[in-house]
Design a binder for this molecule. Structure first.
Ligand SMILES: Cc1cc2nc3c(=O)[nH]c(=O)nc-3n(C[C@H](O)[C@H](O)[C@H](O)COP(=O)(O)O)c2cc1C
Ligand code: SF4
Ligand code: FES
Length: 633
C-alpha cells in the first residue's frame, strides 16, 4: 500500500523549503526527493528512517504554517512523503490545532482574547472594534492567552519569511503615546502592537507608562525574600553571565556533588507537590522513574499553561529562562534522563524565544550536551511548540502531541513513570514545580519543607487577575488566606466588594465572599470543596457579570474537549445548552430539574471521562449556580 497522497497536489518551492528546514534534505525518492535510479532501481532506502521522524510532524506543519500562512494539500503531501505518514493521518493532526489552518487565510491572524479576565477588561468590545477595522477573516476570538495580568490581550500570528508572532497586552485602540513603528496588523489596529517585538517587556512598560508589571512584588525592597521570583525583572533573560551574577548555576554543581540519590533524597524530604494542578509529590515521581530499568528515560517540562487565568509559567520562562533550564538539568541528573523536551504553548512566542536562547547559551557553555559541567553526564533539551489546544497540557496528550499524533489523552495506567513519551519512563513536571528544585538543592529538603504548612510545603505562585488593583504573579509561602492574598494585590479597586473568586481556573471552582478566609493550601481549599489548581485567583467584584463568566466557561469546555470520549464530548455540549437555557430564563421543566440534570451530566463526566478535562468541566459551573445563585437572581 502506498501513502495515498492527495491526487494532483504539488508543494510549492516555498513549502518544500519550509519543510526541509526542519526535516533536513530528502534522502531519495522514498522520502519525497528525486528518485535516483542508480541506487533506488530495485529497492527503496530510507523508509524506516522516515517513519522514525514522525515526531517532527508538528514542527514541520508549524514551519509551513509560519512560512506560507496555511497548509495546502500540496504541502501536506510533501510533509507526508518526508515523514512517511498518510495524508489522512497528517490531516487529522493539522486540523486538531487552532493555530494551524488547512484553508487559505490572511498572513496575519489577530487572536483577541475573549476569555474571563479579558472580558472584565473590555476584551469583547476590542474584538468587535477590530472586526470592524480589519478584514473579518483575520480577527478571531481566542481562549485565555496567558496574559491576564495585562488584559485585554491580543496575539498576532504572522506568516512569511522572517515573520514573528508577538503579543500586545494591554491592547487598546487609542494609545496615549506616539507610535514609533508602523502597525503590522493593518491601519488603525492596536497601535501598541508595534512596540511588542523590538522592546523588552520592561522597556515596553516604560514606553507605555502603564506601570503594568507582571510580578509587582519584585519592585519592592523585600524582593530578596522571594525564592522563585527574585530574579524576575532584575536579571537579563538573554544573558548567561547575568544569570550567574544573580546566583544562577549554583544549584547544578551542588546537585552533582550530592549525586542522583542525594538529589532524590532532598526532593523527597522537601515534600514538593506538583504545581500543574494535580499536586502529585514530585520526589515520588522522580524516584519511580529513576528506578525503571527500561532506557532511555525522558524528562518533559510542561509549559503548555492554557488554564484560563494562569500565567505564572510564562513569567518564569520570559524573565528567568535559565532557571528553567538549570532546574530541568538537575531533575534529569537525578532521574537518569538524557533527553528533555520543553513543550511551550503556541501562544507564548516570547517565552519560546527566551527558552530557545537559554538552551543555546547553556549548550555553548557546556551546561547542556554530551558532558554537562565536564562531569560525565549527558543531557540536552529540545523545545517543542504547541499550536493552540488546551488539552495538550494533559500529560499524555502532550506526549502524543510531541510524538506527532493528535493531542488526545491516553488511558492510564500505564502511567508516564513506566510508559510515557515514546513508550519510555518519563518524568513530566510543570515549569513552576521544576524551578522549585533550585531552592531545594541549595537550601536542603528539610529547610524547604519548613516553609509553608506541614502538608503544603514551599513557596507558591498565584496568578491574580480580574478586579484587583495590582494584578500579577505573587509568591507567598503556602498558608495565607485568600483575603490576605487579594489584599497583597491591592484589594478590589474603586472601593467595590468581592462578589466571587474563581480559584484554580475554569477547572477549579468559584468561592464566595464568606469563604475568603480559606487558607491557600492544598488541604485548606480541599476542606471547602475547592482546589488550588494551577494557582488562579480571579476576582470578580459586585459589578461583574457572573452569568457571562459561567457561559464562557461552558463554551470553553465544549470547545476544548478533544472529543475522544463520549461522556465529555456530549456532556460538555449538553452542559453548555443547559447553561444557555438557565441564562435565558427558559429551563426545560424548572430550575430544580435543570439542577438535577446538571448533576447527572457532571457525574457521568466525572466517572466515565478518560482525563481531567471531562472530570472537572462542571465544577466551576455548579459552584456558581449553587453557591452564588448566579441564575437565581
Ligand atoms: C485538561 C488538562 C490540562 C492540563 N494542563 C496543564 C498545563 O498546562 N500545565 C501543567 O503543568 N499541567 C497541566 N495539566 C496537568 C498535567 O496532566 C500533569 O499533571 C502535570 O504536568 C504534572 O506536573 P506536576 O506534577 O509538576 O504538576 C493538565 C491536566 C489536564 C487534565
Ligand atoms: S475527557 Fe474530554 S478531553 Fe479528556 S479524553 Fe475524554 S473527550 Fe478528550
Ligand atoms: S489573557 Fe485574556 S483571560 Fe487570560
Amino acid at each position: 500500500m502506498d501513502l495515498h497522497l492527495i491526487p494532483g497536489a504539488e508543494a510549492s518551492a516555498e513549502e518544500r523549503a519550509a519543510v526541509d528546514q526542519v526535516a533536513g534534505p530528502a534522502i531519495g525518492g522514498w522520502d519525497g526527493g528525486p528518485r535516483r535510479p542508480e541506487t533506488e532501481g530495485h529497492f527503496a532506502a530510507g523508509g524506516h528512517a522516515a517513519r522514525q521522524r514522525r515526531h517532527l510532524l508538528l514542527p514541520v506543519l508549524w514551519a509551513v504554517q509560519s512560512r506560507v500562512g496555511w497548509i495546502s494539500a500540496g504541502a501536506l503531501n510533501y510533509v507526508c512523503q518526508r515523514l512517511s505518514v498518510a495524508p489522512a493521518d497528517a490531516y487529522g493532526v493539522a486540523t486538531f490545532y487552532a493555530m494551524l489552518s488547512v484553508a487559505p487565510q490572511p498572513k496575519t491572524i489577530v487572536h483577541v482574547c475573549d476569555d474571563l479576565a479579558c472580558r472584565l477588561a473590555g476584551g469583547p468590545g476590542l474584538l468587535a472594534e477590530l472586526k470592524k477595522t480589519l478584514p473579518a477573516d483575520s480577527v478571531r476570538p481566542s481562549p485565555c492567552l496567558g496574559l491576564c495580568e495585562r488584559a485585554p490581550a491580543v496575539l498576532f500570528q504572522c506568516a512569511g519569511e522572517g515573520a514573528k508572532d508577538y503579543v500586545v497586552a494591554p491592547a487598546t485602540l487609542a494609545p496615549p503615546h506616539p507610535n514609533p513603528l508602523p502597525p503590522p496588523g493593518g491601519e488603525g489596529v492596536v497601535r501598541e502592537s508595534a512596540l511588542e517585538g523590538p522592546l523588552s517587556p520592561r522597556e515596553r512598560d516604560r514606553v507605555r507608562g502603564t506601570g503594568s508589571v507582571s510580578a509587582p512584588q519584585t519592585q519592592d525592597a523585600r524582593r530578596d525574600a522571594l525564592r522563585l521570583l527574585a530574579r524576575v525583572g532584575h536579571v537579563d533573560p538573554a544573558s548567561l553571565e547575568d544569570y550567574r551574577a544573580h546566583g544562577g548555576y549554583r544549584a547544578l554543581p551542588r546537585a552533582v556533588e550530592l549525586g542522583p540519590e542525594g538529589v532524590l533524597r532532598e526532593t523527597l524530604a522537601s515534600k514538593l507537590q506538583g504545581r500543574g494542578g494535580a499536586a502529585f509529590p514530585a520526589g515520588r515521581k522522580w524516584d519511580a522513574v529513576a528506578k525503571q530499568p527500561a532506557r532511555p528515560h525522558y524528562l518533559v517540562c510542561n509549559a503548555d499553561e492554557s488554564e484560563p487565568g494562569t500565567f505564572k509559567d510564562r513569567v518564569l520562562m520570559e524573565e528567568d529562562p535559565f532557571a528553567v533550564v538549570e532546574a530541568m538539568t538537575i531533575a534529569a541528573f537525578a532521574t537518569g534522563c538524557e533527553q528533555g523536551y520543553l513543550y511551550v504553548r503556541g501562544e507564548y512566542p516570547l517565552a519560546a524565544e527566551r527558552i530557545a536562547g537559554a538552551v543555546a547559551a547553556a549548550r555553548a557553555a557546556g551546561l547542556l550536551g554530551e558532558n554537562v559541567l565536564g562531569r560525565g553526564f549527558r543531557f540536552d533539551v529540545e523545545l517543542r511548540r504547541g499550536a493552540g489546544a488546551y488539552i495538550c497540557g494533559e500529560e499524555t496528550a502532550l506526549f502524543n502531541s510531541i510524538e506527532g499524533f493528535r493531542g488526545e489523552p491516553r488511558n492510564k495506567p500505564p502511567f508516564p513513570v513506566e510508559k510515557g513519551l515514546f513508550g519510555k519512563p518519563t518524568v513530566i513536571n510543570n515549569v513552576e514545580t521544576l524551578v522549585n528544585v533550585l531552592p531545594i538543592v541549595l537550601e536542603g529538603g528539610e529547610a524547604y519543607a519548613a516553609i509553608g504548612t506541614a502538608q503544603s510545603t514551599g513557596p507558591k505562585l498565584f496568578c491574580l487577575s480580574g478586579n484587583v488593583a495590582r494584578p500579577g504573579v505573587y509568591e507567598v509561602p503556602f498558608g495565607p488566606t485568600l483575603r490576605q492574598l487579594i489584599d497583597l494585590a491591592g484589594g478590589v479597586p474603586d472601593g467595590r466588594a468581592v462578589r466571587a473568586v474563581l480559584l484554580g481556573g475554569a477547572a477549579g471552582s468559584f468561592v464566595t465572599p464568606a469563604e475568603l478566609d480559606v487558607p491557600l493550601t492544598f488541604e485548606g481549599t480541599r476542606a471547602i470543596g475547592a482546589s488550588l489548581g494551577s494557582g488562579v485567583v480571579m476576582v470578580f467584584d459586585d459589578r461583574a457579570d457572573l452569568r457571562d463568566a459561567v457561559r464562557r466557561i461552558a463554551a470553553f469546555f465544549r470547545d476544548e474537549s478533544c472529543g475522544q470520549c463520549v461522556p465529555c464530548r456530549v456532556g460538555t455540549e449538553r452542559q453548555e445548552e443547559l447553561v444557555g437555557r438557565l441564562d435565558a430564563g427558559r429551563p426545560l421543566k424548572g430550575s430544580a430539574e435543570e439542577d438535577a440534570l446538571l448533576d447527572e451530566i457532571a457525574r457521568a463526566m466525572k466517572d466515565a471521562s478518560i482525563c481531567g478535562l471531562g472530570q472537572t468541566a462542571s465544577g466551576a459551573i455548579q459552584s456558581a449556580i449553587r453557591k452564588l445563585g448566579v441564575f437565581s437572581a
